[in-house]
Each structure stands twice: as C-alpha cells, then as structure tokens.
Design a protein around this ligand. Structure first.
Ligand SMILES: NC(=O)c1ccc[n+]([C@@H]2O[C@H](COP(=O)([O-])OP(=O)(O)OC[C@H]3O[C@@H](n4cnc5c(N)ncnc54)[C@H](OP(=O)(O)O)[C@@H]3O)[C@@H](O)[C@H]2O)c1
Length: 258
C-alpha cells in the first residue's frame, strides 16, 4: 500500500532501538525524511547509517528527549515536522512504596510531560499546513495495569486523557493524535525485564521467557516491525479519520471484548 507520506518530515523520539527504531524504519521505507534520536551517539550514528540504506534522508540527533537541550536539538534538525512519534524509556519495575516524590515526578515528566511539551511545539504549524500525525507510544499497561509498573501506567494514562481532548480540538485541521499500546515485543527492554524476573526467581532466562510467552494467546512475542508497520499506517494519508484512539497490539493478551 502506498501510504501517501513520501517526502513528509518525521521526528521519532527515542528511536535508536526497539519500538522507536521500528517506527523510524517503517516511516523511512514510506519515503519520509526521519529524525532519529537516542542518548548513545555512537550507536545512533551506526543505526542512521543502516537506515540510510532505505534511500530515505535520516538525521541522527543525539540527546535526552526529556531535557530542554535534547528537545531543542530535535527541532533544530527538523523545525516543523509533519509527523511526531512520542516515545521514551519507561520507569523500571518497582514496588510503589519505594517511589520517592522525586521518582514520581521524574516518571511523570518522562512518560507524560515530555510528549505534551513536544506536541505543544509541533501542533500549530501542523494545523496551518492542514496535515499532522502524532502517535504516542504508551503501553498495554494503560489498559491493564501491572503491579510494579504503576508509575509507568499512571503517567501514560494521564497522557492519554490529556491528549484525548487535544485530539478532538485539532481534528478539523487533519491533525490526528493516536496511541499505540504495546504488549510484549521482542526488544532490549522486554528482554531485560525477562532477565530481572529470571534472576528474582532463580530460573534460567529461557524458562522465564517461555513462561511469559505461554501467557500470550498468540504464543509468541510481537516483532518490532509489526509495531512499526501499524505506526506508519496511523501516519498515512489513509488514517486521517482515525483520531484519539488507543490501539492495543498485544497478541490477544487483553481479555476484554472492548
Ligand atoms: N517492548 C515492550 O514489550 C514494551 C511493552 C510495553 C511498553 N513498552 C514501552 O515502549 C517504549 C519503547 O520500549 P522499547 O522496548 O522499544 O525500549 P528499548 O528497546 O529499551 O529502546 C529504548 C530506546 O529509547 C532510547 N532512549 C531511552 N531513553 C531516552 C531518552 N531519555 N532520550 C532519548 N532516547 C532515549 C534508547 O536509546 P539510548 O539508551 O541510547 O538513549 C533506545 O533507542 C518504552 O516506553 C516502553 O516502556 C515496551
């Protein structure tokens, strides 16, 4: 399918690995010019060299997306993106009793405030151009919270509710705002979570992974490229009538009919 977005400019935050990288790759394959981002400069540049093989213009911007300097660098590379993919690392597993006030504030900044700040910066030029696509990578835990990921679930649920109103206020200008809620995807973050579980329980990594996979109706973890393809579709011209929606991509894990 021609996604109709060749030549569009995209910023994909936190995209040197995992789900962000998969979104960047799918957008590059659709012909977009893509700004990719991560804190580790060497790794980011190696990834940029690889993505350039798609033929797309790829601009690596090293920096922490949660900081004003990191955000400034992103917009210096691409002042008026047509597409913004909000992504960032999630907080680690922790008993909520252990969270200090500062840890709570940091979690809310990382998984709620940053996406709002970036949206504030891109939205008016998108409205003026009558085209904009914003996709927020949140988590399946927004819909079905997991004990230990309470801060992640809470901050992302806050972002979801915040943006729900904003989405309706800009829909008339062909600017859409949607949310992707990943379940288990085969990324470094997922594998390090499995490693932690294995250590805690004193079992081998492979056993912990097999047990986790057995809980997923699809009986496998998701492939990042499956996630990237959905993201690129939501950014396409075909998806202009989809806004304010949360799409769970979890191999059937969430058991509800709705
Ligand atoms: N994978 C899953 O199964 C799953 C499930 C539910 C939710 N999620 C959520 O989806 C998001 C992406 O997860 P993932 O599995 O793709 O993670 P990942 O494999 O750990 O990749 C994270 C990416 O973000 C970059 N990054 C992290 N912090 C950054 C920062 N402050 N500024 C700029 N770049 C930053 C990392 O590069 P650097 O380290 O070099 O900065 C890396 O490129 C996370 O919020 C995660 O909680 C994932």
């Amino acid at each position: 399918m021609d996604l109709g977005i060749a030549g569009r400019k995209a910023i994909v935050c936190a995209s040197s690995r995992g789900l962000g990288l998969a979104c960047a790759k799918a957008l590059a394959e659709a012909g977009c010019e893509v700004v990719i981002n991560g804190r580790n400069r060497d790794h980011l540049e190696a990834v940029a060299a690889d993505l350039k093989k798609t033929g797309a213009k790829i601009i690596p911007v090293a920096g922490d997306v949660a900081t004003p300097e990191g955000q400034k660098a992103l917009f210096a590379a691409c002042p008026e993106p047509d597409i913004l993919i909000n992504n960032n690392a999630g907080p680690p597993f922790r008993d909520f009793r252990e969270l200090t006030r500062q840890a709570i504030i940091d979690g809310v900044i990382a998984n709620m405030a940053v996406a709002i700040e970036l949206t504030q910066k891109v939205i008016d030029p998108m409205i003026a151009r009558k085209f904009g696509r914003i996709v927020n990578i949140t988590s399946g835990t927004v819909k079905a919270p997991l004990v230990g990921l309470d801060l992640s679930s809470g901050a992302r649920a806050g972002l979801t509710a915040f943006m729900a109103g904003v989405a309706r206020s800009v829909a008339g200008a062909n600017v859409t705002i949607n949310f992707l809620q990943p379940g288990a995807f085969d990324t470094d973050r997922f594998n390090s979570n499995i490693e932690n579980t294995a250590k805690k329980r004193g079992i081998p990594f492979e056993q912990a992974k097999t047990e986790r996979v057995a809980t997923i109706p699809a009986k496998r973890v998701g492939l990042p490229e499956e996630f990237g393809a959905v993201c690129a579709f939501l950014c396409s011209t075909h998806a202009g009538y989809i806004t304010g929606q949360n799409l769970l991509i979890d191999g059937g894990t969430f058991p509800g009919a709705f």
